[in-house]
Design a protein. Structure first.
Length: 218
C-alpha cells in the first residue's frame, strides 16, 4: 500500500542543478506545492502520474536557454512571424495527470488563438506549439511523456552538445532532422551560433544570425 509523501515546498533542498524526485504524490499535493512555491522562483516542477521532479537550473543551463530563445525571437522578427513567448509557463492537465514547466515555450502557429488569453488553461486552449528543454547535466528525455500527454506537437532538446528536434506522433515523440516550424533551420546552425556567442559575444552573434536568417528568405 503506497503512502503519499507530504513535503512543504519551503523544505525541499535544491542546490545548483540538483534534482529531487518524489513519488506517490497526489495531484492535490502537486498543485499545493506549486501554490506554495509561487511564481518568483528558479525551480521547475514536472509531474506525471504520481511522480514529481523538482529541479533548479545552473547558470550555464539558463544561459543556453535564453540564447536559444534569442535566436527564435530573431527568426520571427526577421520573417515577421507572430509569436507569443511564455517562458516556463506551468502546463498542466489534471485529467491527464501531467504537468510540466518547460525551460521555454512558444505559441507560433496558434498565436492568434491565445493572443488575448491572460491565463492559459489547457482544457480549453491548445498547448504551446513549441517547447524547449535544456538539460546540461542529465537527460531530460524522461519528461517527454509529460509533454506528449499534454499534446505539445514539437519539442527541442539541448544537452550542451547536441540539439535534437522531436515531433509528436501517435502520443510519442519521434526524433526528426527538420523542425516543422522552421524547416529550413538545421540544428547545426543553432549549435554554431551557441559557440559563436562565446567568441563574439551574444549581441554580435545575434546580429550575424539575423543576417543569416535574411539570406534564407531571399
Amino acid at each position: 500500500m503506497s503512502t503519499e509523501i507530504l513535503v512543504p515546498a519551503s523544505e525541499i533542498p535544491l542546490f545548483a542543478e540538483e534534482r529531487v524526485m518524489l513519488h506517490n504524490i497526489s495531484w492535490e499535493t502537486f498543485e499545493q506545492l506549486l501554490a506554495e512555491a509561487g511564481d518568483c522562483r528558479n525551480t521547475r516542477f514536472h509531474y506525471l502520474e504520481g511522480t514529481l521532479e523538482i529541479m533548479a537550473p545552473l547558470s550555464r543551463h539558463e544561459g543556453s536557454n535564453r540564447f536559444i530563445e534569442s535566436l527564435i525571437s530573431a527568426i520571427v522578427e526577421e520573417l515577421d512571424i507572430d509569436m507569443r513567448k511564455l517562458g516556463s509557463l506551468t502546463l498542466k492537465r489534471r485529467d491527464r495527470r501531467a504537468g510540466g514547466e518547460p525551460d521555454s515555450c512558444y505559441y507560433i502557429q496558434n498565436e492568434a488563438i491565445v493572443r488575448s488569453i491572460v491565463e492559459i488553461d489547457l482544457r480549453t486552449a491548445p498547448p504551446p506549439d513549441l517547447v524547449l528543454e535544456v538539460d546540461i547535466t542529465s537527460p531530460s528525455t524522461r519528461r517527454l511523456p509529460i509533454y506528449a500527454n499534454l499534446g505539445v506537437p514539437e519539442l527541442w532538446q539541448y544537452d550542451g552538445k547536441t540539439l535534437q528536434y522531436y515531433i509528436l506522433q501517435d502520443q510519442d515523440y519521434v526524433p526528426v532532422d527538420q523542425s516543422p516550424t522552421f524547416p529550413w533551420l538545421p540544428p547545426a546552425i543553432i549549435l554554431e551560433f551557441l559557440q559563436k556567442r562565446l567568441i563574439l559575444g551574444e549581441t554580435k552573434a545575434i546580429r550575424e544570425f539575423k543576417a543569416w536568417v535574411r539570406e534564407q528568405g531571399e
